[in-house]
Design a protein around this ligand. Structure first.
Ligand code: SAH
Length: 469
């Protein structure tokens, strides 16, 4: 999904109505109410729900908007079976779909951690947001090839809300496990059961970027929240008594449109005062406290909560809530814990304006066709590290290029080229794919790897060494 990782500079507030065309490499304005020649597209199911909710109770947080658009049980972007989410026919392509070496190298890293942990007898794999199941399939294949008859994998836990994607995952993964009963699906990360006697290998690739964020803006009064309001209601000056939105400041437009043809039908407003949520989230990281007035930040409490749970799972044993302490004490190896990799675009910092929407490999307005476009934000890896830092060790993030190169991408590619047995077309395809994964001007730089270990291993874990990412 490389396009989703476009540098946020392109997405600064003044350009929020830009739409990026990758082949022509040009930016053009998304047509708005005053300039368009065609009528606005018909209202989507999710759009109607959002507008009804705003009408009933007022502007809603961005997090609610994102949640409805992506995960509404039947009409959400990931949950609607009619959406071709991935691949050239879909809206984006992800690294595991580009080349099998991506998953293989992740599998090798897992195995190296497992060996350092003393090869615990039982292993489980946990993946958050497995998409088409490609990454997990590649990881399982390499683990089975390397460990052969002593393959320690006992269970695979997949955290996936989308029913259609679960079906695709089942088809791909069934042949990689001893029995179908080893595959377990969960709606939420909290549902993955504790396993104090089992080593956990956890991966989340392009999962955290899909979690809902709240958008906060620092004002004289503290952190106020940027909310989603209807553009169909007359826009009024909030200082006037007759205003229909007396409690919020319009952030997108100074003038009221006089036509019901307005599009997009949603817009941003600023809450007139800090809300309960914005106050709590504004205090949720020491990094946010000293920020200057006027700063906007995207904060995901869901990412923090899930990050904490990831820490508990990787720490394993006593750290997991509700585990049988006796079972942990009886664990003869005493090394059971785990390791994890979180891979996504973003950095070790909070992002100001990375919220964006995708349709057919193009950036579109975040309020365009709600429920039919992918919505995403850059991941704040520092926030994830803060969430789990007292439970596990976190490493990096380092760039995808650094991770893959240091883990031996070239060697693996050579092996694959040899296996291509002179098929020049195949060899060329392999090379192009590998180049794309580590492109310093693209995926190689935009995507980051954060490592997680349960703390019994050395402080520095390869390839996460010395700020070389
Ligand atoms: N990891 C895959 C897919 C990334 S797309 C790849 O890289 O190819 C995001 C995935 O997360 C999809 O499978 C989507 O259905 C799932 N997802 C999104 N939000 C989720 C949530 N809140 N809980 C569980 N799964 C979610």
């Amino acid at each position: 999904m490389w396009l989703r990782s476009l540098h946020p500079r392109i997405l600064s507030p003044s350009l929020s109505r830009l739409h990026y065309h990758p082949t022509r490499a040009c930016l053009r304005f998304y047509s708005d109410a005053t300039t368009k020649s065609a009528p606005p597209p018909p209202i989507t199911k999710v759009e109607k729900l959002v507008l009804d909710s705003i009408k009933a109770t007022g502007p809603i947080p961005f997090a609610t908007y994102m949640q409805l658009c992506l995960s509404h049980p039947t009409h959400g972007y990931y949950t609607n079976p009619n959406h071709a989410v991935f691949g050239t026919r879909g809206d984006f392509t992800t690294s595991p779909e580009i080349s099998q070496v991506f998953g293989e190298i992740i599998g090798i890293w897992f195995l190296s951690q497992w060996v350092s942990a003393g090869k615990p007898e039982r292993v489980r794999l946990v993946e958050l947001g497995p998409g088409r199941g490609t990454l997990m399939s590649d990881i399982l294949r390499v683990i089975s090839q390397v460990t052969k008859s002593v393959n320690p994998v006992r269970a695979v836990h997949l955290v996936e809300t989308s029913r259609p994607l679960r079906e695709q995952q089942a088809v791909v993964l069934e042949r990689r496990v001893a029995s179908r009963s080893n595959l377990h699906w969960h709606d939420a990360v909290d549902e993955v059961p504790p396993a104090p006697d089992t080593y956990t290998m956890l991966v989340a690739h392009e999962f955290f970027d899909a979690l809902p964020v709240h958008v906060l803006q620092k004002t004289q009064q503290g952190w106020n929240e940027v909310l989603v309001a209807s553009s169909l209601e007359p826009l009024k000056d909030p200082r006037r008594a007759e205003s229909t939105t007396p409690d919020s400041t319009d952030l997108d437009s100074e003038t009221a449109p006089d036509s019901a043809m307005v599009y997009p039908r949603l817009r941003r407003v600023l809450s007139p005062a800090p809300t309960g949520i914005s106050t709590v989230l504004g205090a949720s990281s020491p990094r946010f406290q000293a920020m200057a007035e006027g700063t906007t930040i995207e904060v995901s409490p869901a990412a923090y909560r899930i990050g904490r749970k990831v820490g508990e799972m990787v720490a394993g044993g006593k750290r997991e809530t509700g585990v049988d302490e006796a079972a942990v004490e009886n664990n003869v190896k005493g090394t059971v814990g785990g390791c994890g990799l979180i891979v996504d675009y973003g950095g070790a910092k909070v992002h100001e304006d990375s919220f964006r929407a995708f349709k057919n490999h193009e950036i579109v307005d975040v309020f365009h066709r709600p429920g039919e476009c992918d919505l995403t934000t850059n991941v704040d890896f520092a926030f994830l590290s803060e969430a789990m830092g007292d439970l596990v060790k976190t490493h990096g993030p380092i760039s995808q290029r650094t991770f893959l190169t240091r883990m031996g991408l070239d060697v693996r590619m050579e092996a694959l080229a040899l296996a291509a047995e002179g098929d020049k077309e195949r060899e060329g395809g392999l090379k192009t794919a590998a180049k794309r994964l580590v492109d310093p001007l693209g995926m190689g730089a935009e995507y980051r790897f954060m490592g997680i270990t349960s703390g019994k291993e050395a402080d520095e874990v390869w390839p996460f060494v010395e700020q070389l990412g």
